[in-house]
Design a protein around this ligand. Structure first.
Ligand code: SPD
Length: 426
């Protein structure tokens, strides 16, 4: 007696870790594995999880192929469930090759043994008639998802599976993917950095509140910011004479120049001194009282950006600011990265003084939780919480901006009670 289906449970071991962490390569390999074995692909759904791992399913008319990967172990658990004539061992061979598996084991089992099943009679004729009206989709639907997550929360964006840029170095992995809802998107180490659609929220809010408060910024230091979005905003002010941008990873600059031209438009500005080197070392060695404004436009506190959250780094930024200088730094999320958010605020208050540090909140849908912050520290007593409308009107066309305006400026410094409470500001 036969069975309805055949199920091969596969352990692929010693696989190439980079491939095990690459949702686009895995999706393509799984769809091709189905295809070359003669299956009809109906749909594919794949998720990448930050920092590691991919899960996905290819639904085929003949059942499904599924995968879960653990890149840190070079391991993939694969299910090849088929019925009919399809030979799933062809899919197996294809995946073994693409994944570079050094080792494998497989258990093959029959599913739906006809020894155990009783066939139920039903009206086949009418079902056949109805079936004629169903046609298989001309092109199967792909669902490839990028997920930025911690242990308890995640944000996923569906993308086309197309990867425009993908370079890894000792520093980090930089990618540009194409998301359906937010356009081209820069990711670093599998975390969202900027999307075409909402990058302006971030870059306008890191720039205009501090630029308009200071009112005469001439010399600027940007640490990080290799995508170019921040300098694009800062160069809107006529007073700016020089920007030194210290970006640790040239791949970020390259990715942006090649694929995100709306961000990269000021890289050719002759007032820009772009240095590809470590921002922390640069700040350590910079001369006292040099800058009107220091902007720390870094990524999250893992990998190379970790040192951008330390006491030593911020003591040095204070030292290199002029007496009326201002520091603005990427402050993480009060909802997603609360310990880092609090620690950074506390560190800055210790260094600059409690009254000279302000938290600015803004909305950005593509960062986990959607609520993000900048911490702003001043050396003098200028009030940053009220927009300087007159100055803004005569310097920037705020109506042409996407997110920032004077009312948004004022509102951004209003903190909800729960945040004031954990920042000890109630
Ligand atoms: N979790 C995302 C934090 C990213 C901060 N940096 C973004 C760089 C934009 N220039």
């Amino acid at each position: 007696m036969g069975a309805l289906g055949n199920h091969i449970l596969v352990e692929f071991m010693g696989c190439i870790p980079e491939i095990m962490n690459d949702v686009s390569v895995i999706e393509e390999a799984m769809v091709n594995a189905a295809d070359i074995a003669g299956a009809t692909v109906i749909n594919s759904t794949f998720h990448h999880f930050s920092p590691y791992g991919v899960s996905g399913v290819v639904v085929i008319q003949e059942s499904h192929l599924a995968i879960h990967t653990w890149p840190e172990y070079g391991y993939a658990a694969v299910d090849l469930f088929t019925c009919g004539e399809m030979d799933a061992w062809i899919s197996f061979d294809h995946l073994k090759t693409v994944f570079g598996a050094q080792n494998y084991s497989a258990i093959e089992m029959k599913r739906g043994s006809l020894n155990l099943l009783n066939r139920v009679d039903f009206d086949m004729a009418s079902i056949r008639e109805e079936a004629k009206s169903h046609i298989n989709p001309e092109k199967f639907t792909r669902n490839v998802w990028f997920t930025d997550k911690d242990d308890n929360q995640a944000l996923s964006l569906r993308h086309t599976g197309e990867v425009y840029f993908d370079k890894s170095s000792d520093i980090q992995r930089v990618k540009v993917i194409d998301t359906y809802a937010y356009g081209k998107t820069l990711t670093i180490d599998n975390m969202f950095m900027c999307t075409e659609t909402d990058e302006a929220h971030y870059h306008e809010m890191i720039s205009h509140p501090v630029m308009s408060t200071h009112q005469n910024v001439k010399n600027v230091l940007v640490i990080g910011g290799g995508d170019g979005g921040t300098i694009r905003e800062i160069f809107k002010y006529k007073s700016v004479e020089a920007i030194t941008m210290v970006e640790i990873d040239n791949n970020v600059v390259e990715a942006s120049k090649e694929h995100l031209p709306h961000l990269a438009k000021e890289f050719g500005n002759p007032k820009l001194d772009l240095r590809i080197e470590d921002g922390i070392a640069f700040v350590n060695n910079a001369a006292d009282k040099t800058y009107d404004l220091v902007i720390v436009d870094g990524s999250d506190p893992v990998g190379p950006a970790k040192g951008l959250f330390s006491t030593e780094f911020y003591s040095n930024t204070k030292r290199i600011l002029k007496d009326d200088g201002i520091l603005v730094t990427q402050g993480e999320s009060p909802l997603f990265n609360r310990p880092t958010f609090i620690e950074l605020n506390t560190t800055l208050k210790e260094i600059f003084g409690k009254e000279k540090v302000n938290t600015l909140l803004f909305h950005i849908p593509t960062y986990p939780s959607g609520t993000w912050s900048f911490q702003i520290a001043r050396k003098n007593d200028t009030d940053i919480t009220q927009a300087k409308e007159e100055f803004l009107n005569s310097n920037v066309d705020t109506k042409a901006l996407k997110y920032y305006n004077p009312a948004v400026h004022n509102a951004a410094f209003a903190l909800p009670n729960y945040i004031r409470e954990f920042l000890n500001e109630l």
